[in-house]
Write a protein that binds this ligand. Sequence first.
Ligand code: K1U
Ligand code: ZN
Length: 185
Amino acid sequence: MSMRSILLHPDPRLKAVAKPVTVLDDALRSLAEDMLETMYDAPGIGLAAPQVGVLSRLIVMDCVKDDREPPRPIVLVNPEIVWSSEETAPYEEGCLSIPDHFADVTRPREVEVIWTDLDGNAQRERFDGLWAVCVQHEIDHLNGKLFIDYLGPIKRGVITRKMEKLKRDLAREKPAPKGHEAARL
Ligand code: K1U
Ligand code: ZN
C-alpha cells in the first residue's frame, strides 16, 4: 500500500468526467487500497479516484466516526444513484481537495446506490445520514463537480482565489533538493 497525493482545487482533473471502470484487476485493487490509506491518513470519510489524479469511476468511503464502532471501509466501482428521497437536508461539507473551507450544501436526505464491488458482485444499498451526504459528494467528484459548485459565484470565487494563493505558496515552499537545505535558511 502507498499513499497518493491529493489534488488541490483548481485543477482541470477535478473538473473532468471520469471514465467507467471496465476491468477489475490487481491494479484497480491496489488503487483502492492506496485510496483508503490516503483517506484514513488525511483524515477523511471519503475519496474519489479523480482526487488522486485517476479519471476512473471509483470511490472509497468510511463514514464511521465513533471510535468504539468497527471501521467500515467500502469500495464502490461505477456507483450510480438510482433513487433519491424528495426530502432534503443541509450539511456543512468539506473536501480534501479544498482544505479548510466548509459550506452548507442541501442534498436529498436518502439515496439508493448501485455499484460493483472489487470481486465483481453487484451491490445495492440505501444510504442516509452522513453516508448519504458522502456518497453524493463522491459521485459528484466522478462527474467533475465540487461542493463549491453548489454555492453562488461570489462565494465560489472567494474560495477559488484563496486556493490559488495556497497552491502558489505551497509551490514556493517545496523542500529544496537534498544537499541544498542551507540555501533555504
Ligand atoms: O471527497 C472528499 O474530499 C472527502 C471529504 C468527504 C466529505 C466530507 C464531508 C461531507 C461530505 C463529504 C472529507 O472526508 S473532508 C474531511 C471530513 O469531513 C472529516 C474528517 C475527519 C473526520 C470526520 C470528517
Ligand atoms: Zn471532495
